[in-house]
Design a protein around this ligand. Sequence first.
Ligand code: ADP
Ligand code: MG
Length: 724
Amino acid sequence: MSTSQSRTRAIAEITNRVPVPALTPQPLEKIWATDVFNLATMEEKLSKNAFKAMKKTVQTGVALDPATADVVAAAMKDWAMAKGAKFFSHVFYPMTNITAEKHDGFIVTNAEGNAITEFTGSLLIKGEPDGSSFPNGSIRMTNAARGYTAWDPTSPAYIMQTANGATLMIPSVFMSWTGEALDKKIPLLRSNDAMNQAAQKVLALMGETEIATLNSSCGAEQEYFLVDTHFANSRPDLVLAGRTLFGAAPAKGQQFDDHYFGAIPERVQVFMQDFEDKLYRLGIPAKTHHNEVAPGQFEIAPYFEAANVAADHQQLMMTLLKNTAREHGFMCLLHEKPFAGVNGSGKHVNWSVGNATQGNLLDPGNTPHENLNFLLFCGAVIRGVHLYGPLLRAVIATASNDHRLGANEAPPAILSVYLGDQLEKVFDDIKDGKLTGSMQGGDMDLGLTQILTFKRDPGDRNRTSPFAFTGNRFEFRAVGSSQSVSGPLVAMNTMLADSLEWVAENLEAELKGGADKATAVIAVLKKLMEEHGNVVFGGDGYSAEWHKMAVEERGLKNIPTTADALGAFQEESVKALFSNTGVLSDTELASRYEVYAEQYILSIEVEAKLVVEMAKTSVYPAALAYIKSLSGANAGLSGLSLSLDSSVLESVVAQTNALLGATDKLSAAVEKHDFESTEAHMHFCAHEICPLMLEVRGYADALEAEIADELWPLAKYREMLFIK
Ligand code: ADP
Ligand code: MG
């Protein structure tokens, strides 16, 4: 059977597939968090004292004593074993976007050779995976392989159910023997601490007497594509790179906008129900799901949680999305741009900070001009984005996200802040040294008696902004769909910590000078807005005018590729930001630059090699077969003194030769390895290899449009996007 026949067979198999039966819906209270060792479970399983100690650790981050850890470990083991677990695993988050786990049994044998089980506090607290194969960015030599994982009691342990059994999973941090962070969780926890300390100072100066520990919160909206595995597995590019490297645009794409928020296909509904059932059992509060803009694209958003827990849940969600999709005969694509010409996928990271005593500090209430705490925190965010825009760009920089940013479907690669009409007016007033009032949204009255009136939001939404205020939080919209949310959260928490320190210093000076609170706040914010107000922009972020104005008039940076963006990690101001706040040492930061740069180079090299391979082994043979059949047809006609118009044959031959020429150039480029620096290598990838890949693709896509359908070996866009 030729590959092209396998395309036809795939369509037949999908058409005749036996649907995966829908789960019998379970009441939420029956499945909610049943597989989680959360505070509710602990209250049941732990002694009163042990529970009290754990609760304090979870809520305020204070250290747990070793004796309590022993008690918790024993209870955790009993609970997990009752659920069928024989193994436990410290789960950790290396500097790549993956989740890593090493499984150990509870089993030990005694002198009589009997199997008993054991799980002590010290086993719970510390694991020791041989970490040498995880990227460490030169922090360790390969021969110095020792790495530790350590339990993070503030993120609940859970049971991972798979076809071959249950495992107790323990969220952990990951560090080198020398104590340096090798993961994404350590900096997240540290950034939260730094933010808390700075926020405490500001709130104390504002006269708050009772101030609970502040925590950052995160609600991440995950976009993804589903493609039937019959098609997906037949495409080497989807299997190895997670995106299509070839593929002509279909006659129908997303131009009708008929997919967005449309009725969810039944097969996908069954998948979503299964997936969400799994999430609920793991205590992940799935809240919203819908179709996205592109055909075959969907979104899931959980209710927000403490940032550290949300980040762990987000990783778990990505794993479960892929695994559950497979069980339903889909490949789930988390890549930012799996298909050229249709929208890509992002992950909006909704973020705020708050505590139990002051509540959400980014909630303005109905009269923001009277909410001084809010104004200070919001101002601090504005300052942060202005000063550290390039850092925010760097933490979302990956080879895959580069395809999406600035492509008129996703925010531009320029970091600006959208505040909405109401707040923009308040901050404009502040620039004039006053606070007058806040515009109100008023009632939404359609003049239809049967539709009840409701309060309109005081500001509209702006989907062209990379960093938008959305009512009671900021939404970082430029984050990529395949990324860990930790990097963006670390950057936001840390820039906020830095800004709040600045606010505290200036506020203290004003107050010492005898100003009353409101006057002091206005003075501090006026200064802040004079220095940083340039970053606030409410217009169309996709427009060419903004791209020009942002750079030429506002002095903001437009940073199109990862090769240009990662340099932010090496800037003195960014090094100082991370070392002053204690979030990352210079060594840790430098190692991150190296790891991210290497990931970028590797992903482009893998793609380039795939382009060469697929051009030579799939596209070229299809072209040859077509050329042969065209020339054969012509030869057959010559006896009748007839001939075909030669234009098709000529065009196919020309495109085929051009394809080979471009493939050779690309092949030679991938072989080049003598670069004077990592940065030079990244730029070579961005500015030499990527354009060559596109050139090869251009010829291949043109051939796809000409070659007989039955000879074309690769599943086509119309098939992958529309057949479910
Ligand atoms: P939209 O698509 O309109 O942006 P969604 O409802 O899909 O909105 O997602 C909004 C996300 O923001 C949800 O995850 C929600 O829980 C989250 N969110 C709401 N309030 C906060 C907050 N204070 N901190 C962090 N995230 C929040
Ligand atoms: Mg959103």
